[in-house]
Design a protein around this ligand. Sequence first.
Ligand SMILES: C[S@@+](CC[C@H](N)C(=O)[O-])C[C@H]1O[C@@H](n2cnc3c(N)ncnc32)[C@H](O)[C@@H]1O
Length: 231
Amino acid sequence: MSEYDAFAAVYDEWTGPIGEDDVDFYVSLAAEAEGPVVELAVGNGRVAVPIAVRTGRRVIGIDVSPAMLAGASERARAAGVELDLRLGDMRELALEERTDLVICPFRSLLHVHGHDERLRVFRGVFDTLSPGGRFAWNAFVFDPEIAAELDGQWREQGGVRHRVDYDHDERRIDLSLEGGPTIPLWWADPAEWDRLVEESGLEVEARYGWFDRSPFDESSREAVYMARKPA
Ligand SMILES: C[S@@+](CC[C@H](N)C(=O)[O-])C[C@H]1O[C@@H](n2cnc3c(N)ncnc32)[C@H](O)[C@@H]1O
């Protein structure tokens, strides 16, 4: 069981505009890679299925939520592709396969709390990657103005009523659905991502401010990262 099980039914409506921009980015990375692609926190296959359809790559998708994985299976069947879906926690990544590309789209690394837990993910990714292989992920950048506007407000996104509550001491957002679960996300700043990359043995290849590969700068509200395992 995971908090996301109750979220699965409304997930596609809720993802909103980000879903239109990130898929092409991750598909383009998959097209450049060899061998299977690993998606951590694959969810309902929103990104994995277009990768499989458009590149023909095998996608190994890992997630803790059985309901999200069931959604991925259904989406793959409807698209006429197969995904290699595995119930599991990204903090305990231990794959037999080696790959050129591991991805973790849509801020999913923010569900992992604290540096030590995140470092477990990054070390697992390091072990999974072939030399020269890439790890790509994205996460929002904390913005106090956005926080002040959103904090404690019920809003609609894609017809889904939800609210976010900020805990500044814990650097945490609690995302709640009306009558549904509350899902915590712990934000991180770019310096923290850089530290995780370095401590896991990876190297930063690029930091973008959006999926169009525009450079990351102080005005960026999203951090889109690519790291590489040294060849
Ligand atoms: C925002 S969704 C992203 C799904 C998909 N990657 C996408 O881009 O649409 C976050 C997903 O992370 C999964 N998740 C949360 N913590 C996890 C963990 N420790 N290991 C694996 N999956 C996890 C949730 O079950 C959920 O499906």
